[in-house]
Structures are given as C-alpha cells and as structure tokens.
Design a protein around this ligand. Sequence first.
Ligand SMILES: [Zn+2]
Length: 241
Amino acid sequence: MKGPRRYQKGTGWSNTSAAVLCTMVGMACAMAMGVLSRVAWAEQSGFLRFSEKAIAPKTGVVVKVLDGDTVVLKEGFTVRYLGVDAPEMDHTSRRHDCYALQAYERNRAMVLGRSVRLSYDRHLRDDYGRLLAYVTTADGLFVNAQLIREGLAYVFRGSEGFSKFDEFVALQRQAVRERRGLHGQCAVREETFYLGNTRSFIFHRPACAYGAKVHLRHRLEFATRWQALEKGFRPCRRCQP
Ligand SMILES: [Zn+2]
C-alpha cells in the first residue's frame, strides 16, 4: 500500500510541508494571542465593563426583599446595594445579627412592590454576580444613603472604594454620634483599642486572628469602635467589634 508521496520518505517534500504547518500553527497562535491581549486590554481599560454597564437595567420593580441590603427585581436581577452592609440574616437558623430584622423591615417598607432607579459605580457586579447599584425610589428616596442615615447599615467600602464614600461616611458619622438604630440598640463589649485595616476598611478587636494578619503598613489603631465607624470602617464579621 502506498501512502501519500510526501510522507513516504524523508524528502524535501515532507520538510517543506512540516515547515508550512509550523508557520500556519505559529500564525494561528499569534492571532489568538492578539485577540486575547486585546480582550485583556479591554478588561483593563474598563471598556468591557463600560459596555456591560450600557446594557445594565436603569429601572426595575422590586418583587422580593432578601435582607437589609439585597433585593430581587421583577426583571430577574438580584441587586446588592452599593456601599452599604446591613446586619446579616440567617434564614436557616433564624438567628439574625442584631438589628438585621429592623434593617430588613425598613428596606421592605421603602422598596417592596415599587419601581426603582438603578445607577452604578466602578464595578457592575459583586463576587456573587449580583448587580451593585445605588437605588432610588420613584419618589426620590436614595435607599442606600437612607439605611446608613437611620443606623440600619454600615458603610461598606472595600479596597477600591466608590464615588459616594465620603457622602456615606458623613451620614454614618451623624448616625453614630446620635446613636441611631444599631449604633444605639446593639450591645457592645468595649476594648481598650481596635485595629483597622486601611486597605479593606474593616476593623477588629485586638485579639482577632484576622486582625493579627493585617500588614503593618495597613494598620491603623483606634481608641474606640466609634472612631473607626466615624472614619467609614466597618466591623469584622468574625470578631464583631
Ligand atoms: Zn476581626
């Protein structure tokens, strides 16, 4: 049986075809790399995020309130309020954090069954794929800010920040000074000092294992927990300072 001539022997033919094949593979690789680097560029430059934002919903109707800072829209999106963190609800054990129920009830009263406007900041989604949005009701109530103003949620900054951080911190400072909501109603066990992380904007009790891991460069000490809150830091979920 005769195979194709070019594969029969180590002739010039087979060398040539190998060279052609290598060149073609090389070109395909180069083109793929080019596409990938352009995608990476688009992601880095924010172009993809920008284009995704352009098609993100600007309005919606709230059909379900999950807790103090998360709702579901009729259009199918889950929305996490940007820049705020309400106390956690535990739907399985029903052992909710202090003031979680009040935050949930207040959130329900503000948005359930209503049409809301959504706007976005640096990131469209959080790590769970939820939309990260500023939410305003049809009659102009800025829900994210209202939760902080009433002491129903903490400012939630994270390492990258958001454009309304200073505005929210001012509201939190006022709520803390007047001991509104959870700032006045939830029991606290005071420490002699607290450790803040200037990167994550989370603060800890001195003995917290997470606090101990904070790099020296990012450490900031607070004499009281109230000082940390007034600077826009939020309590660690583990040591609950
Ligand atoms: Zn901690």
